[in-house]
Write a protein that binds this ligand. Structure first.
Ligand SMILES: Nc1nc2c(ncn2[C@@H]2O[C@H](COP(=O)(O)OP(=O)(O)OP(=O)(O)O)[C@@H](O)[C@H]2O)c(=O)[nH]1
Length: 298
């Protein structure tokens, strides 16, 4: 049997003449290049099926167009070329093309004090759409960080004050005694709760941007949040982290506002959606805040 005799079901007429908004494949394994890294990505590739009479799209043509992403470093222009290929290979069938890449970006991060460093993994998605020559790119980035509750800190301070009053009642204050007390468990009779937190950022890029600012957005977000989670940690690093958290008390509302201001300062971002999640240790549910700028559902 040769190719000429293979049945082509996709080319048949559809039994129900009905266009479809998105048809394609999800979860295609793809090693993509980004900033010198080979990312182990999963691609979702699709087109609209505007011709309601056509039975199906040509999945293999989308799959083969993805090959471009193996050889060249990721950029907006490259994504656009891939989407153009999707449409060229579906002329008469499709008017919009979609590609989403999901991957973990690995960045090496230095410790706060010691000369150590370690890798942090940031889940990212890059979503590109092409329709009627209109091209859009949206990035999704997850940034983990640490947050300490300001209310809990104030309540803890009050308990420490009460303990101080109890322990030093009717006693002359001696510097050495106070110093020893501060180093005892009574000197920190209550601790504020803190949590591993997560910022889920979605940003829409301006047309003029060719480079995908994943790393810049991560760096800006971590700088705005102040207490990024650490990698390699010695005691000196842990102590510096404790100090940084003590100086950086924040509710989820504070985190969302800081990120809003940081993203507004970034060039090349037209719109964004921020969702911060503080996985509270106080209770079994999360504290969540959202902030949007220029964000309409696309
Ligand atoms: N459209 C469609 N194809 C599917 C689906 N599931 C599996 N396929 C298969 O995907 C394969 C590739 O499809 P095509 O791109 O049309 O393959 P082809 O006809 O050899 O390639 P062209 O000659 O370029 O059209 C076919 O063998 C389909 O049967 C589905 O749900 N929809």
């Amino acid at each position: 049997m040769n190719a000429l005799t293979l049945p082509d079901i996709a080319a048949q007429a559809s039994r129900q003449a009905l266009p479809l908004e998105w048809v394609g494949m999800c979860g295609i394994a793809l090693p993509v290049l980004f900033e010198g890294q080979r990312l182990n990505a999963k691609a979702d590739a699709g087109v609209s099926l505007d011709d309601g009479n056509a039975r199906g799209i040509h999945m293999s043509r989308l799959y083969l167009a993805l090959e471009l992403l193996e050889q060249e470093s990721l950029s907006a222009a490259l994504l656009r070329r891939v989407l153009q290929r999707f449409l060229e290979s579906h002329e008469g069938l499709s008017s919009s093309a979609h590609l989403t890449l999901h991957a973990d970006l690995l960045l090496k991060r230095p410790a706060l004090i010691s000369p150590l460093a370690g890798w942090k993994s940031y889940p990212v998605s890059i979503e590109a759409r092409l329709k009627n020559a209109m091209f859009h790119v949206e990035l999704k980035i997850e940034v983990p960080y640490s947050s300490t509750c300001p209310c809990s800190a104030a309540l803890s301070r009050q308990l420490i004050q009460q303990q101080f009053v109890d322990d030093f009642a009717n006693k002359p204050l001696q510097h050495a005694d106070v110093l020893a007390w501060l180093g005892s468990t009574n000197g920190i009779v209550a601790t504020p709760h803190s949590q591993r937190s997560s910022a889920k950022l979605r940003v829409r890029l301006a047309d003029f941007l060719d480079e995908l600012p994943l790393i810049a957005v991560i760096n800006d977000a971590e700088a705005a949040l102040g207490t990024a989670v650490q990698t390699a940690v010695k005691r000196a690093d842990e102590q510096a982290f404790a100090l940084a958290n003590g100086q950086n008390l924040m509710f989820c509302e504070d985190a969302a506002r800081r990120l809003n201001l940081a993203l507004k300062r970034s060039t090349g971002i037209n719109a964004f959606h921020i969702r911060v999640i503080h996985a509270e240790s106080l209770h079994a549910h999360d504290a969540v805040a959202e902030s949007r700028f220029n964000w309409e559902v696309a």
